[in-house]
Design a binder for this molecule. Structure first.
Ligand SMILES: [Zn+2]
Length: 464
């Protein structure tokens, strides 16, 4: 029986009977056992589903998981029926403090208009929608407000951890690191000196290896769990080409070395093939997007064990709303969308490691699970897609010892979806039960539908 630390110290000092009573209550609460049952169970790593799934939870941890396990006496049993139990989903690429899903120019104006504190409060809705959709852990790869030096992602993460608000476990990147005029330069596309100065390391903008190191150190100092950088151009930026390299090999080497020395993983935004090759050689942990990567680059990735985070939902959303974007961005989006399907098919065929990731914020938060069907439609086996969002993601995030699988000793991050997701992968979009660290966040219909600030952002993507 686990006795809370404060109880042990009270006992050691021989305190009163009252202390005893308080400890007994606390111990009792911590020992409460909840048994989750469903017709099937996906454990986050196996190649097949188990039948008659059972997960036994005590406090915030899993005590046992498997088939046909007997419920301990006095346990609370929650039978979810014809459903599949799974580890909570993990999204390797979100931006929970932002919303890019509406009209591009309106959003840009709003970006310089909206008070950052107001945006932070709105972001609490995005966090809730995400966890209610079954995503109990996310990497938040970049949070930035032009002209402001706030760390809203750090605040959101901390507020969730303290139980102030409800949301997924977050690994945050603070500002994306990038070159002057590159994809992450917040002043790109605005009149020169509109904001009075060129952005520097304190907003993630760095040129040269030493400046990159300083940016990494500054971000870790301010709470970054993971380092994000843009090594090639991007779709939703006005002053760059989508596939040109934006960091030199020497800058990438400094980025990876400094981040790894500080035990942080490196995720790089990269569409272009040359930049991807250089980044993989430099030792980054994941390539985000990777639209134009050629088979030769994918081979390099496979050999180095670099993860791909495909973010298929981002291009899917942009293409379905293409008129919302200026002509220059439309051209970049079309080129990336045309290339990414072949790239992803090749990556799957070649056995490149894939972590689930969506770029949520490009589309309304809470629709993350739609990525599963896009992955399966491009040739990924449903079980592999499910593993990408659980065990594999946990491996990339560096937290596989704590979560990502339904195993004894892991956090009780457990979800359930109706039916069999290997027969119909869209079951992932109808998660009906969410538990995070032993706390039930919902059991039944969601209270938070997909959310977006933009009035013109519709909750559904039209079928193609
Ligand atoms: Zn992104």
């Amino acid at each position: 029986m686990k006795v809370p630390a404060f109880c042990r110290s009270s006992l050691r000092f021989g305190f009163t009977i009252l202390a005893f009573a308080v400890c007994a209550i606390a111990t009792q609460a911590a020992d409460k056992i909840v048994v989750l049952k469903a017709a099937r169970l996906f454990d986050g790593k196996s190649k097949t589903l188990a039948q008659n799934g059972v997960v036994i939870v005590q406090g915030n941890k899993i005590v046992d998981a498997g088939s046909n396990l007997p419920a301990p006496p006095d346990a609370q049993v929650i039978d979810l029926g014809d459903a599949t139990l799974s580890p909570g989903f993990m999204d390797g690429h979100t931006h929970l403090t932002l919303d890019f899903s509406g009209n591009y120019n309106e959003r840009r104006l709003k970006e310089v208009d909206l008070n950052v504190s107001e945006q932070a409060i709105i972001a609490t809705r995005y966090a809730r929608a995400t966890v209610e959709a079954g995503f109990t852990t996310v990497r938040d790869l970049g949070s930035r407000f032009v002209g402001s030096k706030e760390f809203v992602d750090v605040a959101l993460r901390n507020s969730i951890n303290k139980g102030v608000i409800v949301g997924p476990r977050m690994l945050v990147a603070t500002y994306g690191i990038g070159a002057t005029g590159g994809h992450f330069d917040p002043t790109s596309g605005f009149r020169d000196m509109l904001f009075g100065h060129e952005p520097d390391f304190s907003q993630g903008i760095a040129d040269g290896p030493d400046a990159i190191r300083k940016a990494v150190r500054f971000e870790v100092k301010n709470g970054a769990d993971v380092i994000k950088a843009a090594v090639s151009g991007g779709v939703l930026s006005l002053a760059d080409e989508v596939d040109t390299p934006q960091l030199t090999p020497a800058e990438m080497a400094a980025l990876v070395d400094e981040s790894h020395r500080l035990r942080k993983k490196v995720a790089v935004h990269c569409h272009g093939d040359q930049a991807a090759k250089e980044a993989i050689e430099a030792g980054v942990d994941s390539i985000e997007h990777g639209s134009f990567m050629k088979p030769e680059t994918l081979t390099l990735m496979k050999n180095k064990g670099t993860y791909l985070t495909p973010t298929l939902m981002a291009t899917e959303w942009i293409m379905s709303k293409i008129d919302n974007y200026p002509p220059a961005l439309q051209a970049k989006a079309k080129a990336a969308a045309a290339a990414r399907s072949d790239m992803f098919r090749n990556a799957v065929k070649m056995g490149v490691k894939v972590s689930f990731g969506t770029d949520a914020a490009v589309f309304p938060h809470g629709q993350n699970a739609k990525e599963f069907k896009l992955m399966v439609d491009l040739g990924m086996q449903p079980m592999d897609a499910l593993r990408a969002a659980t065990g594999n993601a946990a491996d990339l995030f560096g937290i596989a010892q704590k979560t990502g699988t339904l195993e004894k000793g892991k956090f009780a991050d457990v979800i359930a979806m109706p039916g069999d997701p290997t027969a119909d992968i869209t079951a992932t979009e109808r998660v009906s039960f969410v538990m995070k660290e032993g706390k039930i966040i919902r059991n039944g219909p969601p209270s938070a539908p997909p959310v977006a600030v933009s009035a013109d952002a519709e909750p559904e993507i039209p079928a193609d």
